[in-house]
Every structure is written in structure tokens, then in C-alpha cells.
Design a binder for this molecule. Structure first.
Ligand code: AMP
Length: 220
């Protein structure tokens, strides 16, 4: 199936990155994760990374113009084969910019998948999360542990706990979600694109629900 364009929406810890990775493996869609792109820029010490790191460490959103700029660059060229946006848009202004970018590329979204997870589960997931420092793959110490402790199954990279997965920062991120991102659920519902799924179970169970949605919106 080619050319399906998706957004994955949901609070931190809902499983956006995990689902984006599974969609990539199954359907070959390009994954555009603003969080991964920003962490990469911070690691490399680029101008973008310098602008973003203070906000990220505190759990706050990076300013819209910075994030919209990186998405614009990465959408050019990837839009043709279909894509999954993970972690973007996160504000109404970003959502409106995305609409304009897609219009300019002469394409549109097929679905916005909204991952629903209760707050206690989010906190439990985030505080036990580990991520590969090389390829970005996500693990959970109890639910999705790596085969070898501290080592990525996919690339052998070292696993680490993100700075913003510490308890105080988790609170800030959940508040940022409520204050800025939650309204996008309505934004996309009004456009007829919203597909909400119960994402409180394990990754395979959630992915099965996503597969149904993707086959229903796919235009082969
Ligand atoms: P994530 O990996 O999606 O949880 O993103 C990690 C951090 O990167 C967020 O807490 C924000 O500081 C920043 N970030 C990622 N995506 C966005 C976005 N679309 N808008 C603003 N900040 C973002």
C-alpha cells in the first residue's frame, strides 16, 4: 500500500513512537518524528539543537517556527511514498501549518490516529522507558525489555533513560499536552479524520487496531 499519510496523536507515553516504528516495518511508510529529529540535532550540537535543548530538558514545547521548519524540510521528498508523523503537530498553529504544507505538496492526510491511554498508565510507561542512543528504538523495562540488558536488539546501541522521562519533567509534559495538544483531537474530528483507539494494552494489541484503520483508509 503506497501513499497513505498519517498523523499519530496522543499524550507522551501513549506509544506514538512504538506504533510509528511498527507501521514503518509493516507498510514501509516514512516516519517523521520531530522528537527524534530534535534529539539528533541536540546530540550533534547543531544550531537547531542549541535552540531546542533548553525547552526539551524542561519538558516544554519547542517554539512552533523551529519545529515547523524541520517538518517542512523533511516532508519535501517523503510526501510521495506516504508518511507517518509522530509527535507533530502538537499545537493548533502547527496543525494549520501542516495543512498549508500538504496543500503545497498537493497531498492530504488520510487519517489521524488518536492513541488513548489513562494517565496512570502513561506515567508508568514513561518512568520505565528506555531508548536506544543510536537508532531511537523504544523499550520498556517490564513490558518490552531488550534481550540483553542495556543493549538495543536492533542495532546493538546503548540504551539510556531520556532526561525528560524523569518524574518532574513527565508532569510538565503531560500538562503541555493538556494545554496545547488536546484541542487537536477536536480539530481533526471536525475534519472527519480522527480515529481514536484504546492504546492502553500491549503494543501488538494496539497495532492490530491500527492495521484495521490503515486498511480502511488505504487507497491502493
Ligand atoms: P517526543 O519524543 O515526541 O516526546 O518529543 C520530545 C520533546 O521534543 C518534547 O517534549 C518537546 O520538547 C520537543 N518536541 C517534539 N515534537 C515537538 C513539536 N511538534 N512541537 C514542539 N516541541 C516538540
Amino acid at each position: 500500500m503506497g501513499g497513505v499519510n498519517l498523523v499519530i496523536l496522543g499524550p507522551p507515553g501513549a506509544g506514538k513512537g512504538t506504533m510509528a516504528g511498527m507501521i514503518h516495518n509493516r507498510y514501509g511508510l516514512a516516519v517523521l518524528s520531530t522528537g527524534d529529529m530534535l534529539r539528533d540535532a541536540v546530540k550533534k550540537g547543531t544550531e537547531l539543537g542549541k535552540k531546542a535543548s533548553g525547552y526539551m530538558d524542561k519538558g516544554e514545547l519547542v517554539p512552533d517556527d523551529v519545529v515547523v521548519g524541520i517538518v517542512r524540510e523533511s516532508l519535501e521528498g517523503t510526501a510521495d511514498g506516504g508518511f507517518v508523523l509522530d509527535g507533530f503537530p502538537r499545537t493548533r498553529a502547527q496543525a494549520e501549518s501542516l495543512d498549508t504544507m500538504l496543500e503545497n505538496e498537493d497531498t492530504r492526510l488520510d487519517a489521524v490516529i488518536n492513541l488513548e491511554v489513562p494517565r496512570e498508565v502513561l506515567i508508568q510507561r514513561l518512568s520505565r522507558r528506555r531508548q536506544c542512543s543510536e537508532c531511537g528504538k523504544i523499550y520498556h523495562l517490564d513490558n518490552m525489555p531488550p534481550a540483553r540488558e542495556g543493549v538495543c536488539d536492533s542495532c546493538g546501541g546503548k540504551l539510556y533513560q531520556r532526561n525528560d522521562d524523569k518524574p518532574r519533567t513527565i508532569e510538565v509534559r503531560l500538562k503541555e499536552y493538556r494545554d496545547n495538544t488536546l484541542e487537536l483531537v477536536d480539530y481533526y474530528r471536525k475534519k472527519g479524520l480522527l480515529k481514536s483507539v484504546d492504546a492502553s494494552g500491549n503494543a501488538d494489541a494496539t497495532f492490530a487496531l491500527l492495521e484495521e484503520i490503515i486498511s480502511s483508509v488505504g487507497h491502493e
